[in-house]
Design a protein around this ligand. Structure first.
Ligand code: MEV
Length: 423
């Protein structure tokens, strides 16, 4: 086995990493259980973004993120919009999908007829799996055959559409799909209405899709242009700001280079809440970016209009997330996040997450189109450097004052501290 150069034996490695273990043995066991070959925990800051008003209700939103300025930008944007009526959100739909991907040798019309014959058996076969979900108000919404033979010869899908209520539903959907794949194979092999030569099918895979355009949410803010106020110490009027902001969003709508960075900023906010609530940020990322490219060109997830003196800014995106199951109740901090949010349903959490994405984007685009982002970033950068150089609170306060009109760099801050120490 290859040895890690830093650790000549596994005991040294375990000892070194043990310093990051959780003091609470029970918690540590839980964290280790989430993955395999766990040797420690990887810590990220857990912050709160207050000031959010969503559909008239106030929230302080938990966010887990290592990037400085994100939580601050979100809270500022939330405060700005709380003073202008808050965020308005709505659920567009909550349908999730999954597929059995398979090959069938016969003609498409034969497969269609065979599917019609086997459909009742497919639904019957998963009754036990769906009973619980149906009691909670969800279950299978639809099941149909998709002919994909124009893309790949003999390629078909069984598409299931599901409502998984408050759970993300991955296990539920995947279990049903795997059960369907067996019924499908059996039904085709035993279907005497099919030609002998057509009774040859092969399931390639059965898996949910992380592209969920029909599990979608919208969040919006609006106010009169006059209400936007002045920016950059009064240099930028409300009209100029609205114009510059709308241009910035339009640029992200038409240019994939800008759209990628623009949406990355949105995901700064979204992923932070997704992580804090124990949801799957990779699934959310994949779905959001696929949606952003749904018209054939990658584009902005947010949109802005300035019409008849009214400023409107909104986001629409798919979010397949849950507030029960998975890590949501297992991870002690995910559990706390959901407590802080007042035990939301999955639909309420979708609206909270979309709002944070919109707030983050508003904060980023506002900074970019007014003062630029470096001013804010440099302040945080200075604090990080001062922390790494173990500056005292007094030294930190003095340094923040001193560097207000100076370029921040590691060497400049170190030189400043040395000079102060000698003085
Ligand atoms: C940085 O993490 C995010 C931004 O680049 C987003 C944007 O450009 O809109 C500031």
């Amino acid at each position: 086995m290859a040895q890690n150069v830093l650790y000549t034996n596994p005991i040294d490695l375990a000892k070194d990493f043990a310093q990051f273990w959780h003091d609470n043995v029970e918690h540590q066991k839980v964290f280790e259980g989430f993955s395999e070959n766990t040797i420690s925990n990887f810590h990220l800051p857990f912050g709160l973004a207050p000031n959010f008003v969503i559909n008239g209700k106030g929230y302080a939103i938990p966010m887990v993120i290592e990037e400085s300025s994100v939580v601050a930008a979100c809270s500022h944007a939330a405060k700005f919009w709380a003073e202008r009526g808050g965020f308005k959100t709505s659920i567009i739909n909550t349908t999730k999908v999954g597929h059995v991907h398979f090959l069938f040798e016969g003609e498409p019309h034969e497969m269609e007829a065979a599917f019609r014959r086997m459909r009742p058996a497919l639904l019957e076969a998963v009754k036990d799996l769906t009973a619980n979900m149906e009691n909670r108000g969800g279950g299978i919404k639809d099941l149909f055959l998709k002919d994909k033979t124009k893309d790949i010869p003999n390629y078909y899908q069984l598409e299931g559409q599901f409502d998984t209520v408050d759970s993300m539903g991955a296990n539920f959907i995947n279990s049903i799909l795997e059960a369907w794949s067996e019924v499908l194979m059996h039904s085709i092999q035993e279907d005497s209405s099919l030609n002998e030569s057509s009774r040859d099918a092969e399931v390639i895979m059965s898996i949910l899709s992380n592209y969920t355009p029909d599990c979608r949410v919208r969040a919006e803010v609006s106010c009169s242009v006059d209400d936007l106020g002045h920016f950059k110490q009064g240099e930028i009027s409300p009209e100029q700001f609205a114009k510059r902001f709308a241009y910035a969003v339009a640029m992200a709508e038409c240019d994939p280079y800008r759209a990628t960075t623009h949406n990355k900023g949105i995901m700064n906010g979204i992923d932070a809440v997704i992580l804090a609530t124990g949801n799957d940020f990779r699934a959310v990322e994949a779905g959001a970016h696929a949606y952003a490219a749904r018209n054939g060109q990658y584009s902005s997830l947010t949109h802005c209009s300035v019409e008849d003196g009214q400023f409107r800014f909104f986001i629409e995106l798919p979010l397949a997330i849950g507030t029960v199951g998975g890590l949501t109740k297992l991870h002690p901090l995910a559990k706390k996040s959901l407590e802080i949010l007042g035990q939301p349903s999955a639909e309420e959490l979708m609206q909270i997450v979309a709002t944070v994405g919109l707030a983050q984007n508003f904060g980023a685009v506002k900074a970019l189109t007014t003062s630029g982002i470096q001013a804010g970033h440099m302040k945080m950068h200075l604090t990080n450097i001062l922390n790494s150089l173990k500056a005292t609170t007094q030294q930190t306060e003095a340094a923040v004052e001193y560097f207000q009109d100076k370029v921040v760099s590691h060497s400049a801050v170190r030189a400043y501290l040395l000079e102060q120490g000698n003085g």
